[in-house]
Design a protein around this ligand. Structure first.
Ligand code: DGT
Ligand code: CA
Ligand code: CA
Ligand code: ZN
Length: 566
């Protein structure tokens, strides 16, 4: 699918037009790009059927640009704009806090074209004097540049995974066995590349198919046992074809992590064996290797789920036979954090419900923004009450899925919640999140969130560290203290499943599980397409060793109601 690719180009058009000072058009392009990004159908299919203009926000002129791109791989107007305004918008907008409006000012006033220019200008103290910037912004920019430089070359799991899965699906009919491996199989929050492993008696045919796949931009290496390509999205994919009798040990080896493998190899050596990607050997004799379970078994270990293979104690547990039974993907029965048109979401409550039903969810919590946060169009009290009535009606219409009515309220700087208790009292679920004043010292921030947890109606702390992967550092907070408090007050900590959040992360989940704090998985969906991200939250739970009973999404509706009842 070229949807994300097309959306990216339209976003770039919007930014360049904005810097140029064109009115209205930037907004139109951005709107179209957003809708294309969350489209579930392939944009090329729509183009073939001459239906591009059916996409909301896509009119004649934008449709023409899209078809130009799909036909020729280029948009002439965009090339012209790039030449006219040689600004590296993609890397500049990866700096936290820098939007198109600011990039425009920086380019026009200081000639900033890339991160190096930006750093120079900031260090020379030129930015603080620009209208609308100030000393604080300048300092923040310097800090964010450092952060941006430390993370290059990695990709967000949630965006890469569907692409990886579709490659596997395309090759499946032509291979005997196939699996993801590497960090993407372990569901690490970011991945360096995609690793795929297959068994086939027709390797040449499979490699030809692979290099001929639609999304392939460049062939890096092509061989009968290993082929590497780069996709249009920039990600490298390594496909390895191995012998059937080695598939299990190769899968084990190429799944990693490296640290996990090193420990495993030590165990093999202790037993007098040799372990590599071809098998587990006793002298010359292969004693395991065809499947992964047997490799672990022959080493005296329980099979370890890939998500746990980070050398964080899983090998010792597997050796002692007490590896916890971690939550399964199928155990999560619904979504506990979603937004609709009532605040800043793209879809109606009904559209969200119908998508949730399609996924197979048994419940969904509608938790629109409430209170003072202007950017997210937070609902005032009247609106919350109106929404309650609407949901009451919808509960009658949809008998097969339970609709929890909630809000996502803001934890203010002083720890207060910006929605009145008399409103919170009647809601099924109250998520409280930090959405502002991210830069407090650890002590103050911890006190702030603790105070929020003392509000008796708060049920869940949303995206508890407020980090955005590769973009915003987590807030400084004493996580252990927060988790203890949550446990004491019967508050669940969220695992926000949105691809760029995954917050709590795996490490904090593991801490929560050790403390006994309950976890709540929510996608934070802002469109019906986002609901599919729920599995990313489950992956984080698994990486943090959470068991079924640690995750409230696995409970019956009645039990969830009881937990939220305050
Ligand atoms: P990534 O791609 O950076 O997100 O991380 P991985 O874990 O996918 O690493 P990658 O793609 O370099 O290699 C895939 C797996 O192959 C890795 O998880 C473990 C195995 N592997 C690679 N290099 C080594 C090595 O030097 N020693 C050992 N024991 N295993 C390795
Ligand atoms: Ca990899
Ligand atoms: Ca690799
Ligand atoms: Zn939020």
């Amino acid at each position: 699918m070229k949807n994300r690719e097309v959306a990216k180009l339209l976003f770039e058009m919007a930014d360049l037009l904005e810097i140029k000072g064109v009115d209205f058009k930037p907004r139109a392009y951005r709107k179209a790009a957003m809708n294309i990004e969350s489209l579930s159908i392939d944009i090329e299919e729509l183009y073939k059927k001459n239906q591009l203009e059916k996409i909301p926000g896509v009119g004649k002129s934008i449709a023409k640009k899209i078809s130009e791109y799909l036909d020729t791989g280029k948009i002439k107007k965009l090339e012209e704009l790039r030449e006219e305004i040689p600004v590296d918008i993609e890397s500049l907008s990866s700096i936290e806090g820098l939007g198109p409006k600011m990039i425009k000012v920086l380019y026009r006033e200081l000639g900033v074209k890339n991160i190096d220019d930006l750093e120079k200008a900031a260090k020379q103290g030129k930015i603080r004097n620009l209208k609308g910037f100030g000393l604080k912004t300048e300092e923040k920019i310097i800090e964010s540049i450092g952060f941006a430089r430390r993370r290059h070359g990695r990709f967000i799991l949630g965006y890469a995974l569907p692409e990886a899965n579709s490659i596997v699906e395309e090759l499946k009919p032509y291979v005997d066995k196939i699996s993801l491996a590497g960090s993407i199989r372990r569901r690490k929050e970011t991945i360096g590349d995609m690793d795929i492993l297959a068994v086939s008696s027709k390797p040449k045919h499979v490699m030809d198919l692979f290099t001929g796949l639609k999304g392939v931009d460049k062939i890096l290496v092509k061989g009968m046992t290993k082929t590497s390509v780069r996709l249009n999205s920039g990600i490298q994919v390594d496909l390895r074809i191995v012998a059937e009798e080695s598939f299990g040990s190769a899968l084990q080896y190429f799944t990693g992590s490296k640290e996990h493998n090193i420990e495993l190899r030590k165990i093999a050596i202790k037993k007098g064996y040799k372990l590599n990607e071809y098998g587990l050997f006793d002298g010359e004799k292969q004693i395991a290797g065809k499947n992964e379970e047997d490799v672990y078994k022959a080493l005296g270990l329980q099979w370890i789920p890939p998500e746990m293979r980070e050398n964080r104690g899983e090998i010792e547990a597997a050796m002692n036979g007490n590896l916890p039974k971690i939550v399964d993907y199928g155990d999560v029965a619904g979504d506990l954090h979603t937004h609709t048109k009532w605040s800043d979401g793209a879809n109606t409550i009904e559209e969200m419900i119908e998508s949730a039903i399609k996924i197979g969810h048994k419940f969904i919590a509608i938790t629109d923004h409430a209170g003072s946060l202007k950017v997210a169009r937070g609902m005032d009290e009247d609106k919350i009450l109106k929404q309650a009535k609407e949901i009451e009606k919808l509960r009658e219409k949809y008998g097969n899925i339970y609709i929890f009515h909630g809000v996502e309220a803001n934890i203010m700087k002083d720890g207060s919640i910006d929605v009145d208790k008399k409103i919170l009292k009647n809601l099924d679920i109250v998520i409280a999140s930090v959405h502002s004043a991210f830069r407090m010292e650890e002590k103050e921030m911890t006190e702030r969130v603790i105070k929020a947890m003392e509000n008796e109606y708060v049920d869940v702390i949303g995206h508890p560290t407020a980090r955005i992967i590769m973009k915003r550092e987590p807030i400084k907070i004493d996580m252990e203290k927060i988790l203890e408090k949550a446990k004491d007050n019967g508050i669940a900590m969220e695992i926000n499943s949105y691809p760029e959040r995954l917050d709590l992360n795996d490490i904090n989940v593991k801490l929560a599980v050790e403390i006994g704090t309950k976890l709540s998985i929510g996608t934070d969906s802002h469109s019906k397409e986002h609901l599919r991200y729920y599995e990313l939250g489950t992956a984080v739970a698994r990486r943090g060793w959470a068991k079924k009973e640690d995750v409230i999404n696995t409970y019956s509706i009645d039990k969830i109601k009881k937990i939220f009842e305050k």
